[in-house]
Write a protein that binds this ligand. Structure first.
Ligand code: FAD
Ligand code: SF4
Length: 511
């Protein structure tokens, strides 16, 4: 039967069993569409990275002898939306059977199911062969449990896959988790190797994007690109991480610094989320490197890294499929404020936010603690509508695909799911930001002050938030200590926090 196989832009897995055999009866189809570039305003680097990676992937398939139809964004045959393109090709190529890979996004899952139901030819969907877990595994694992605790899931994954295990039950090194030793502040040493970038000419693709009137956000350096766009380049980034960054990854995982955007982070999220690299090969390669260099690399570095991928990444995917579609509209704390304008421009005097926003706009990247404890923290403390927060995160980051963006943003960072992902809201005053980095040193505001025009805004917003949302935290044991401090606070002090917070929230760009 003449078969059409459809591949989405984040399904660039060259190791998939589909590609093991070549057949004259199988045609692969890929397309850049305005539908996918338009459902949210994406960062320009994200659009470029996906288009170029998709093009490379299609060319590799062709070079390996497969038949491929590829529509660039400005192809005259491109209908710019998925069902229209597929219908057209089915007719044009006399297709008798349609196949696709399960999408990781709910919206596309429904779209493709609906499309198949309307088809008068047969169809079949396949696993992407990327993740360790299946969509429904988390639901089964936590069945009957009151809470979904990531740590238990992670331990089970370690056991199940024999990763860093001494035997069936005992973790290597005697401990499951070295999180406590992964909280160092970086103060200039050890030296951080120069971030890997790729020289490439992006003139042509940028012209196409402009000519097609695709609205984007963020900035781009026309010659230097920080993101890999082929499997070979992804493997280079992985190799670079093992040789240069793994040695201190865990230690400085939570660190913040004005002069170091990437610290010891791997920047492998785009390579994995586009599926050019699989989590399994990332874990196996870094573990092999660790075992070969055990005398130089502490176990806490590798365990911290494995936990992010085997634990958090798979956990978030499971939560997404368990909770969708309801998850996308959760707003347990009933937050309704607008996202401050400076998230789109970087124009603010708050130094931590200025650096984190500008870095996001410059590089389509911020590391985890910037996303959680600066950008997310401020959005939550100012009680921003989670829809607005999601739209920003989903657009701005190179790795933002809904299954992992939504669970991290609406769940972990905004507590809008009421505690499915996080057991308590990730909010803090300025002191946490000061403890983990040097932003406060060169800030207009004073991190040690709680009153006055130059007091760090986080210090006021923090107590105002706890006060405003106290009914939501009544039964949350992990909030007990802070709630009892709030209760003991002098009325005058609390009133000061509330009044200044009102001003900040009213005009976060200029208060
Ligand atoms: P590293 O620090 O080097 O970590 C290695 C890998 O671990 C990452 O590449 C990633 O695949 C995985 N990982 C680490 N933390 C998480 C996590 N919490 N959830 C899932 N995977 C994780 N990650 C995305 O991939 N896409 C997103 O859209 C996204 N949005 C986020 C939004 C918020 C508010 C927060 C707090 C976190 C978000 N994350 C997201 C998780 C994390 O911040 C990024 O994966 C990480 O910063 C990517 O950079 P890196 O590759 O250098 O990561
Ligand atoms: Fe951010 Fe406050 Fe520190 Fe300024 S003083 S950098 S606003 S935490």
């Amino acid at each position: 039967k003449k078969t059409l196989r459809f591949i989405l832009g984040d399904q660039l897995n060259p190791e998939h069993s589909w590609f093991k055999e070549k057949s004259d009866d199988v045609v692969y189809f890929m397309a850049e569409t305005k539908q996918e570039t338009g459902y949210v305003k994406h960062h320009i680097q994200k659009v470029v990275a996906f288009f170029l990676s998709m093009r490379n992937f299609a060319n590799e398939l062709k070079e390996n002898g497969h038949q491929v139809i590829y529509y660039e964004i400005d192809d005259k045959n491109n209908e710019q939306d998925l069902p229209s393109n597929l219908n057209k090709i089915i007719e044009q190529e006399n297709i008798e059977h349609f196949e696709y890979l399960y999408p990781d996004e709910y919206r596309l899952d429904i779209k493709l199911k609906t499309f198949c139901n309307k088809l008068d030819i047969s169809s079949k969907a396949y696993d992407t062969e990327h993740f360790y877990t299946k969509r429904e595994d988390i639901e089964a694992f936590f069945e009957g449990k009151k809470e979904m605790t990531m740590e238990y899931f992670y331990r089970d994954m370690r056991k199940k896959h024999g990763i860093m295990m001494l035997d069936d039950k005992k973790p290597e090194g005697g401990k499951w988790n070295y999180d406590k030793s992964n909280r160092k502040k970086w103060t200039g040493k050890p030296g951080i190797p120069k971030a890997k970038t790729f020289d490439r000419d992006m003139e042509a693709v940028l012209n196409q994007i402009e000519a097609m009137d695709i609205k984007t956000i963020g900035r781009i350096d026309k010659n230097k690109f920080p993101w890999p766009i082929s499997r070979e380049e992804c493997l280079d980034v992985l190799d670079y991480f093992c040789k240069n960054l793994l040695v201190h990854f865990g230690d400085y995982e939570d660190a913040l610094h004005t002069d170091q955007k990437f610290l010891f982070h791997s920047r492998l999220s785009f390579a994995m989320n586009s599926k050019m690299l699989s989590p399994k090969e990332v874990i196996e390669t870094t573990l092999d490197y660790y075992y070969e260099h055990k005398d130089d690399i502490n176990i806490s570095q590798i365990e911290g890294f494995i936990r992010q991928i085997l634990g958090w990444r798979e956990f978030m995917r499971g939560v997404y499929w368990k909770e969708m579609p309801g998850y996308k509209s959760k707003n347990e704390l009933q937050n309704t404020n607008k996202l401050p304008d400076f998230y789109w421009t970087g124009e603010t005097d708050m130094n931590c936010l200025k650096h984190s926003v500008n870095q996001s706009l410059d590089d389509a990247y911020a590391h985890h603690i910037q996303r959680l404890m600066i950008l997310g923290n401020f959005a939550l403390l100012t009680m921003t509508d989670p829809d607005e927060v999601d739209a920003w995160y989903l657009g701005v980051y190179i790795d933002a695909i809904e299954w992992v963006e939504l669970t991290n943003t609406r769940g972990m960072s905004q507590f809008a799911d009421g505690g499915i992902v996080a057991t308590k809201p990730y909010v803090s005053s300025g002191s946490y930001i000061n403890k983990m980095g040097n932003y406060c040193k060169s800030c207009k505001y004073s991190v040690s002050k709680k009153e006055g025009d130059d007091a760090c805004p986080f210090n006021n917003l923090y107590w105002n938030f706890l006060h405003e949302k106290q009914k939501h935290f009544k039964n949350n044991q992990r909030m007990n200590m802070m709630m009892s401090l709030l209760k003991k606070m002098k009325k005058e002090t609390l009133d000061n926090h509330i009044n200044r917070s009102k001003e900040i929230i009213k005009n976060p760009g200029n208060f």
